[in-house]
Design a protein around this ligand. Sequence first.
Ligand SMILES: [Fe+2]
Ligand SMILES: [Fe+2]
Length: 477
Amino acid sequence: MKNVSFYLLADAHYVSKKNWTEGKPFTFRERSDQIALKATPEILDTFIEKIIADEETDTVIFAGDNVNNGDMNSHYEFRQRLEKLTDAGKKVYVIYATHDYCGCGEDKNWFTSCIYTETGTEPTEPMKKSGLYDFYYEYGPKQALSVERESGSFTVKLGGGVRLIAVMDNGNGCGYCGLFEDGVKWLEGQFKEANECGDYVILVIHHPVIPPWDVFSHVADDEMYGGYRELSSLMCRENVRVVFTGHTHVQNIRKYTDPEGRWFLDISTVALANAAGKMRKVTVDAESGICDVKSIGIEKLSGIDTGGKSAFDYLYGLNFPGIWEKLIPLCTKDYNAFLELAEGYLPVDKLKKYKKLIQLAGRKVQKITLSSVAKFGRTKKNLTREQKEEAKSKTLVQTAYIILRHIYSGNAPFTPDTIEYKVLDSAVGRIDKFVDLFRIKAVKKIIPEGSSLRIIAQDFLYNCRTGNDDEISFSLK
Ligand SMILES: [Fe+2]
Ligand SMILES: [Fe+2]
């Protein structure tokens, strides 16, 4: 039997160039997001060039939120990209999610398609939920072994012995993103049928089945796949080893193990439109069932003059995590430039009014070293002389920037042997004590049962999950 190899791309959030003109409304919209909306066509095209150049891999799967605002301009252009892939001999399968349509009274989805002008927004033709199935019929349902018509979910053969079950989990469009009763039955039937045929299952769903961090499902349960607990049990019972997801925009691989030791992985892929955007390249060895997952990003963006910058360096500064890296130093160095960059993102009138206070706070914050944090966390005495020197040379703000850079790209960098980990871990531990002592309800609310801020922080300091968010090899058997 032939091996199966496919690319999986999530959250392209494509925005047609017809949908915006340069001006404050769209620039501000982009600043407040963590995806580079203006460059989404170029980002997608650069990935597509890479896929076409790879003759080994003949299948491409899009995991939803393919366009940003459910408008037809973007859908037509996105579909042209799919045609480019099929013209190059690739098989293409498409999942669509809540960003891909506008509710228009059909369900609770609140997205409205619009064009950003120089001064505001204007409406443009929306994609309706009921229009998605026909629009993307060629990219799944047409080749399907089975279709669940209500949701648009489908099953196709990817190759000998491997089938893709693609679940459209739009649910009611907002608040419940999962399958309804008939869809759940259909999915159970698909798992059973795959097992009877001895086929391996590659399940793809837009919303997460395992949260990227435990705090995510605790504070945003309705951002999870609707019925994720039941699906987790079902996957374990039916021996379904993997689900590929998107939606969180986070590069993440986590394992769920049930009380009987049965397990599966949720492989969540960072948004393509994120500065650190990557796609997964997956190969299944048809004989052994070994599934090998790698991640591929882009170095240079095609079609944009980045002034010699890498794709990441060019894109990172456009959205809020990267903007913070610029804002904090600007507030002390060049207040007018600070105000200009903060516009549409922070309340500029208040920033003007409290200039002196903000500059003072900015200066103080930038001076906090890890040494001061170690003192706060009462860990300084446990550090070696070299570690104390290292702590003096590193600032809290720089450390925070590095942590922020890894939130979406995965593989947080500060393992327990680093000075950053030692210092921050004990400082957060001390904050836990204050929260308990003063019964700070607003903080307690975000902490899952049996957890603590210290445990939550671990996820953002280093990869305490499967060890590598970019790669994994496991058996589908
Ligand atoms: Fe998304
Ligand atoms: Fe989403």
